[in-house]
Write a protein that binds this ligand. Structure first.
Ligand SMILES: [Zn+2]
Ligand SMILES: [Zn+2]
Length: 377
């Protein structure tokens, strides 16, 4: 069977997240979106663990039909973020025991800081049978390639995967030959269960059944059949830009200005420019078995643009819910016959979905922390 899995999200115990996040709301959001599996996020945090344990039965965590796997993001001593996935609570607890004395805030923070190197954290992940890979690997802060030029040198051995982040896709990442041997994960890193965040990136996996062993095998043995996510330009760190006023720069110009914007703010190197520096080839050279990458834009944003409203406006939500009666968001965007969509949506919205399918939607690239903008034809 094929399942859609979003393997990196956060709980209310990480900074910058919504207080109202709980597993029931995440499960409801996942269902509307068309996800069968979601990582819990923040699974080392004591209070969030208690929430997760409410739904655990015989080692399986299922909420309203949506399966959860234990996952967490940690920050190492070099400020690099890593995503970890655990087989069960005892593995997660064992990992926590091994890093606890190196972490000042593991009891308070959903995304704990750990004063160990990436290699030391990977070692502990392997000992506890967890999967580990660098989170949003190319973003200009808190990512591996923000501070280091080689993933293999940084870890000293092969991690389980690399998470591409919203501003990159396979075409970008496969320009770097050291990544050819790694599975790519595309996850939302959602800080909310709202449909324009949860599942905005996800992985389609081929599994026999929805169990940890099968999910692990799918990641490790080339059974990721599809990566789905933003067109890279939609990501908020795609272009080199000021993190205060979002003015965009050519990389050479930014360097000339010592990465200081005219406004006084800091200029952040965009993912596109960073990958240009790291690449050994001008195009993505896909290794055998690399799955296709499908670019997706959240439906709420497409509706918002079509109606000239913000994606969080009440009427956008109403239209989104009407369309969701036809199927999951993913089905509405990709699969459901457009004539059916026309019966359930105003003409402008149906036109916008058709434009998305035809590839005639344009994106004004994001950068410096500002998302790219969707422009309808
Ligand atoms: Zn992160
Ligand atoms: Zn500026």
């Amino acid at each position: 069977m094929l399942i859609n899995a979003d393997l990196h999200i956060h709980s209310p115990f990480s900074g910058g997240t919504s207080d109202t996040i709980d597993l029931r709301r995440i499960a409801a959001g996942a269902k509307m979106k068309g996800l069968q599996v979601v990582a819990t996020g923040d699974c080392l945090h004591p209070a969030w663990q208690r929430e997760i344990k409410k739904y655990e039965e015989n080692g399986v965590i299922v909420v309203d039909g949506v399966h959860f796997v234990l996952g967490v993001e940690v920050e190492d001593k070099n400020r690099v973020h890593h995503v970890l996935l655990f087989p069960d609570f005892s593995a997660a607890d064992e990992f926590r025991e091994r890093i606890e004395r190196h972490s000042p805030n593991i009891r308070e923070e959903g995304r704990p800081k750990v004063s160990l190197s990436g290699a030391e954290i990977l070692e502990r992940a392997i000992e506890t049978h967890a999967l580990l890979g660098p989170a949003h690997a190319f973003t200009p802060w808190t990512s591996l390639y923000a501070y280091f030029d080689s993933l293999m040198d940084y870890y000293g051995k092969k991690p389980s995967f690399i998470e591409l982040g919203l501003s990159a896709d396979s075409e970008y990442a496969d320009r770097i030959s050291e990544l050819h041997s790694l599975p790519f994960l595309t996850n939302s890193d959602a800080h909310s269960y709202m449909p324009h965040r949860l599942g905005r990136e996800f992985n389609r996996l081929e599994v026999e059944e929805i169990t940890w062993d099968e999910i692990r095998r799918a990641i490790e043995h080339n059974r990721i059949v599809l990566n789905v996510g933003f067109p890279p330009a939609k990501g908020k760190y795609n272009r080199t830009a000021c993190s205060s006023c979002y003015r965009q720069y050519e990389k050479e110009k930014a360097a000339q200005m010592h990465w200081r914007c005219y406004c006084g703010g800091t200029i952040k190197k965009g993912v596109r420019d960073r990958i240009d520096e790291l690449a050994d080839s001008p195009r993505g050279v896909h290794p055998e078995g690399r799955p296709p990458y499908v670019h997706l834009i959240p439906l709420a944003e497409i509706i918002g643009q079509a109606l000239g409203l913000e994606y969080h406006a009440g009427i956008v939500k109403k239209r989104w819910e009407e369309l969701s009666r036809l199927g999951s968001e993913i089905e509405v965007l990709l699969d459901i016959n457009i004539s059916l969509i026309r019966k359930s949506a105003p003409p402008a919205v149906a036109d916008a979905i058709e434009a998305f399918r035809n590839g005639t939607i344009r994106i004004v690239p994001g950068g410096g922390g500002k998302y790219g903008e969707v422009i309808l034809p």
